[in-house]
Design a protein around this ligand. Structure first.
Ligand SMILES: [Zn+2]
Ligand SMILES: [Zn+2]
Length: 342
């Protein structure tokens, strides 16, 4: 099978072609696994964190990609949950132990044996992959394969982030950064919290215009003071300055949720601007979002179909994965990027 693999950790500034097209043997499903023929795989900022070594894959080479849609080609001997030919989705959570206190309490995203698709095991930048059947999801019919792909991470983790904000209907929500995840979160927020105003902070004018098209009450540059204080905010940027700016804009008791698996180091000195009275006093909170659980993915997919959320996607061929990644690095985004695989 064809696959785009990462063989070596490197910086995109020095190597603009980090992934290499190779031919790999077809994987074979274990007893409780399914073999999926992939038709679409979303491209996520997390792939940059893997390539550049901020969350490095434990073994190389590896096939990246964790927003996967495809059809079941073959089922393992004890895998009976789906039928061959059925369409399924696969997300960042590849598996968790199922036994530890975190898993038992429904927090499998925090399990210390959490394994990630496309980092700890091969992912979706390929024609096929295997996955435990309990970690695959039915995809609602209303979505095409390409539309469904970004729902599996950008959407599901956006859903988790929004839940962790504890936003109440009528309260102000800030979205800092307006990429694949935020363009889905705004649609979700407008449905769930119709009386809330959404304020979007993005560097690019195109992203700000896009946010307004999707119903943002206000859109401005990162660093611009907010016209109103925010009760909650979600940061999806790879940088540090937005954290400080978001805390400035928070109302007393407000909460900032940071949806980024890793932050880059470039502007870290900005944190020295952090002033207790201005940024943290009056019970402001910061919370990170780690991974996703299966219930996040499942709940979000049904809700997304009901609303319905309309993901905006830009398609690339499997061989063009490096181009798609570079465009994310250079923030050339409108909606989500997806590899169309045949
Ligand atoms: Zn992702
Ligand atoms: Zn566990």
């Amino acid at each position: 099978m064809k696959a785009m693999v990462l063989k070596k950790i490197c910086h995109l500034a020095e190597n603009r072609l980090p992934l290499e097209l190779v031919d790999l043997p077809l994987p074979s499903p274990q007893e409780k696994e399914i073999l999926v023929k992939i038709s679409a795989c979303g491209v996520c900022h997390t792939e940059l964190d893997e390539i550049e070594g901020r969350t490095p894959p434990p073994k190389l080479p590896i096939v990246l990609g964790h927003q996967i849609v495809g059809r079941i080609e073959k089922a393992g001997r004890k895998a009976h949950k789906f039928k061959v030919g059925e369409r399924v989705g696969i997300a960042w959570i590849h598996s968790a132990c199922g036994k530890c206190p975190f898993c038992r309490a429904g927090n499998e995203n925090l399990c210390d044996q959490f394994a990630a698709t496309g980092r700890d095991v091969n992912g979706g930048y390929a024609q096929y992959l295997t996955v435990p059947e309990d970690f695959a999801y039915e995809i609602p019919e209303t979505f095409s394969d390409l539309e469904a792909a970004p729902l599996l991470c950008a959407g599901a983790i956006g859903y988790r982030s929004l839940r962790l904000t504890n936003l109440q209907n009528g309260e102000n929500l800030g979205l800092i950064g307006f990429g694949a995840s935020a363009h889905l979160v705004i649609q979700l927020a407008r449905h769930k919290y119709p009386r809330s105003r959404v304020f979007v902070y993005a560097r690019s004018g195109k992203e700000r215009d896009f946010a307004k098209e999707l119903g943002a009450y206000w859109a401005g540059d990162i660093g611009e003071p907010s016209p109103e204080k925010l009760n909650c905010a979600i940061d999806t940027t790879p940088a540090w300055r937005p954290i400080v700016e978001a805390l400035t804009n928070l109302a007393p008791g407000g909460r900032l949720v940071v949806n980024a698996i890793r932050k880059e180091e470039l502007d870290k000195e900005f944190l020295l601007e952090l002033d207790y009275a201005r940024h943290l006093w009056l019970e402001k909170e910061i919370k990170s979002v780690a991974n996703v659980t299966r219930s996040d993915v499942g709940e979000f997919l049904s809700l997304a179909a009901k609303i319905p959320i309309r993901p905006e996607v830009q398609a690339f061929k499997l061989e063009e994965a490096n181009t798609a990644l570079l465009e994310i690095k250079e923030r050339k985004t409108r909606g989500a990027k997806v590899l169309k695989i045949d």
